[in-house]
Design a protein. Structure first.
Length: 160
């Protein structure tokens, strides 16, 4: 039986750090679902559908196989993962602050579904990249090509 990991996030935008976590997850699991989830505390730059398409293009450009990309606009992540038959939830962590935010969520997801969360430490060369920082730099007219895949860069340029 193949092992499926779900990699959830708002991915607004999908960064090179996210891409690195996706690549590394595929070295541990047979299949991966990148799941764009709604975060009510954020005002997104792109719609969920736009983010799904940007991520699909980035993963294809990277040559990654056995990956699907979808979105979840309502309901519990744990229930979605159970319905998919997921083996694990994967979260990338760049620092202690990320881990402090992610640990309680991992515990609740395990309580709700029995599915464990696997934490992958971010690549130190990419650990300074966050979606919020990329959004801020882009909104102020800065150069973001060092931080995002070409599909995301093209989407930002199309917004100008």
């Amino acid at each position: 039986m193949s092992k499926l990991a779900v990699y959830p996030g708002s991915f607004d935008p999908f960064t090179l750090g996210h891409l690195d976590v996706a690549k590394r997850t595929l070295s541990l699991f047979d299949r991966l679902e990148v799941l764009v989830v709604h975060n009510p505390t954020k005002t997104p730059s792109f719609s969920p559908e736009q983010r799904v398409e940007q991520i699909r293009m980035a993963l294809a450009d990277a040559g990654l196989q056995n990956v699907t990309v979808s979105s979840l606009s309502s309901g519990l992540l744990a229930n979605h993962c159970t319905q998919l038959g997921a083996t694990a939830i994967v979260k990338g962590v760049r620092n202690d602050s990320d881990l402090q935010v992610e640990l309680p969520q991992a515990r609740v997801n395990r309580d709700q579904s029995g599915i464990e969360t696997v934490f992958l430490p971010g690549d130190p060369a990419l650990s300074h990249i966050s979606s919020s920082l990329v959004r801020q730099v882009a909104d102020l007219g800065g150069e973001i090509s060092k931080y995002v895949p070409s599909s995301v860069l093209a989407a930002y340029k199309a917004k100008e």
